[in-house]
Write a protein that binds this ligand. Structure first.
Ligand code: ZN
Length: 261
């Protein structure tokens, strides 16, 4: 398809190296569609992703309105349903050659019977959940099916953030970072969760997660294991290129490869 035949909304993004013709073949699962996940889903829909699977257990509440993604008319409705409708409205402009499929599941991760299949059938897993146990649960399925998982969260003061890219058996998994005896890269990684929220930090985290996701899906350079964002003083984005898996990680068995090498 030539540039002129692309839907209007995609013509300029190709100048940035984004290829909607490739992205329309891809499926991304987004676990948690709050202040970070809703933005992730919307960004992916706007650049041509073919299928989005949304999983979230929450209703839109007034306390969510400090974040982007939801509006007053959405109050009381399941986040996944509101978002599905909004994404389908965006996708109408993509035309018949670039349809968007959206599967929405209003469910708790631990009651989600399709979890294994959803992870298995996705090209990339996006995590924007505030509950560590739920994140580790998805982490274990990503490792099982060798899927790239991209986790994002903000710190307890809402001014710092972390984007973790897990390439199973190559880079540290979430279980490598979150353990009792080992906290890597930064002493306070353990306190980083998604439950505090400033729209500034959250939009930045979502953007970096989607940047990494697009690079994964389009086989581009520039995917890194860990990015830390800090807006407490002068804005900082710090990339960590060399992260080691944790010895004896109960999720990815981090020590086995080291014994072999
Ligand atoms: Zn691990």
């Amino acid at each position: 398809m030539t540039q002129r035949e692309l839907p209007r909304m995609f013509r300029r993004i190709t100048l940035s190296g984004i290829d909607p013709a490739r992205l329309k073949m891809k499926t991304v699962a987004v676990f948690g569609v709050g202040g970070i996940g809703a933005l992730i889903a919307e960004m992916l829909a706007r650049v041509g992703i073919g299928k989005l699977i949304l999983i979230d257990k929450d209703l839109v509440e007034e306390e969510n309105m400090n974040r982007l993604g939801f509006y007053s008319e959405d109050l009381g409705k399941p986040k996944v349903q509101v978002l599905k409708r909004r994404l389908e409205s965006i996708a109408e402009l993509r035309g018949s050659q670039y349809p968007l499929a959206v599967d929405a599941y209003f469910v708790n991760i631990f009651d989600f019977e399709l979890l294994d299949g959803v992870v298995k059938n996705s090209d990339c897993i996006m995590l924007a959940l505030d509950d560590l146990d739920a994140r580790l649960e998805v982490n274990s399925y990503a490792i099982k099916h060798r899927k790239v998982l991209i986790d994002g969260g903000a710190s307890t003061n809402g001014l710092r953030g972390r984007i973790t890219v897990v390439k199973p058996f190559e880079w540290p998994c979430l279980g490598c970072y979150y353990s009792d005896e080992s906290i890597m890269a930064e002493g306070q990684l353990g306190e980083i969760t998604c439950n505090v929220s400033l729209p500034t930090t959250m939009a930045l985290i979502a953007s970096l997660q989607v940047d990494q996701c697009l690079k994964v899906l389009l086989d581009k350079e520039g995917v890194v294991p860990l990015i830390l964002v800090n807006l407490e003083e002068e804005p900082q984005i710090v990339v960590y290129n060399h992260m080691r898996r944790r010895k004896g990680c109960e999720f990815c068995g981090g020590d086995e490869d080291r014994r072999k090498s």
